[in-house]
Design a protein around this ligand. Structure first.
Ligand code: RP5
Length: 162
């Protein structure tokens, strides 16, 4: 698909070690022709960068933010506290607590500060959800997500049980 001008999703993560998972969000967005800006923004190691990113995201032309983090996963919630751009959190699997630490850290936001949360390591779903948000006002993105659904429907229908 050709590039969809002016639509931009920021894919941020707490560490470069999260990229193997977060790349799945970037890939589906790129496939749809959306501009992806990927970066490491750590709530704990680079708090000043967290603030400047969050406060400037709208003026930088970002429409949706996908934020992945593991363990004490404060990144998505803190970003959502500093911008009204929709934030989708991706809990990243950590070995010690099987990803439940990441999931619960992201999903239990206080009233008035929503973060949409996908499953543990489900970055591709975060990318597709971002596309569904963009599809509200962009017909070419709607066509793309409709095609994705059709492809998986046909794939499922083609399975058989012996
Ligand atoms: C979190 O700590 C990151 O999002 C990552 O999931 C986890 C481990 O980070 P590294 O120690 O690999 O940099 O902040």
């Amino acid at each position: 698909m050709t590039s969809v001008e002016k639509l931009c999703v920021a894919v941020i993560m707490g560490s470069d070690s999260d990229w193997a998972v977060m790349k799945n969000a970037a890939d589906v967005l790129t496939e749809a022709g959306v501009e992806v800006r990927a970066d490491v923004v750590s709530a704990h190691r680079t708090p000043d960068k967290l603030v400047s990113f969050s406060r400037s995201a709208r003026e930088q032309g970002v429409h949706v933010i996908i934020a992945g983090a593991g363990g004490a996963a404060h990144l998505p919630g803190m970003v959502a506290s500093m911008t009204t751009i929709p934030v989708i959190g991706v809990p990243i699997l950590q070995a010690n607590l099987s990803g439940l630490d990441s999931l619960l850290s992201i999903v239990q936001m206080p009233s008035g500060v929503p973060v949409a949360t996908v499953g543990i390591d489900q970055a591709r779903n975060a990318g597709i959800l971002a596309l569904r948000i963009l599809a509200v006002s962009e017909p070419t993105i709607r066509e793309f997500v409709d095609q994705l659904v059709e492809i998986q429907t046909q794939a499922s229908l083609s399975k058989f049980l012996t």
